[in-house]
Design a protein around this ligand. Structure first.
Ligand code: ZN
Ligand code: ZN
Length: 174
């Protein structure tokens, strides 16, 4: 078997799947979680002090799907195995950025002050800066639009928003 096929195709499958997952996560966050799937996602948009949210069931669904893809790849169709690797890498990025960095579900506080991490942090804080399921912005996670564009979108949506989302001091996001 030739070497390009052996390394390049799996690498492309993994990178392509990570990119696809960012698109799919943003799409499903907007159209499913803020649509007919709001019953689970609502828990993530409310203040609470529980360790778990009903919204975490989405992570369980995604994990089940990744496991099914690993099995499919192992037994029937090998490309699915590399796609499952891509889904898993995306899940790690997502948990680090969303659950860790923004929502601080880990036992220490770190608020990024500059660069990419600050942009991701503020963009998702703006997602949570309006009440309820409608008129929200910034549905993606790993890619974040520039913060001034998001603020402009909120103004176009005619949604007042909690401007403390843009403040630099350390405060727990909800
Ligand atoms: Zn949301
Ligand atoms: Zn969130």
């Amino acid at each position: 078997m030739n070497i390009v096929f052996f390394y390049a195709v799996p690498a492309l499958l993994v990178i392509g799947t990570v990119a696809f997952m960012e698109w799919f996560a943003a799409w499903s966050h907007k159209h499913i979680m803020h649509g007919w799937g709001w019953a689970w996602h609502k828990s993530h948009h409310e203040h609470h002090d529980h360790a778990l949210e009903k919204n975490d069931l989405y992570a369980v669904v995604f994990a089940g799907f990744a496991m099914a893809m690993f099995a499919l790849g192992h037994f029937l169709w090998w490309p699915a195995w590399w796609m499952a690797v891509g889904i898993s890498i995306y899940a790690i990025l997502y948990f680090f950025l969303h659950d860790g960095l923004v929502h601080q579900r880990w036992p220490f506080k770190y608020v990024p002050r500059k660069g990419y991490l600050k942009r991701v942090y503020q963009a998702h804080r703006l997602h949570h800066a309006v009440e309820g399921r409608d008129g929200c912005v910034s549905f993606g996670f790993v890619y974040a639009q520039p913060v001034d564009q998001l603020v402009h979108q909120l103004q176009l949506n005619k949604r007042g928003f909690d401007e403390s989302a843009l403040k630099e001091e350390d405060q727990r996001a909800t």
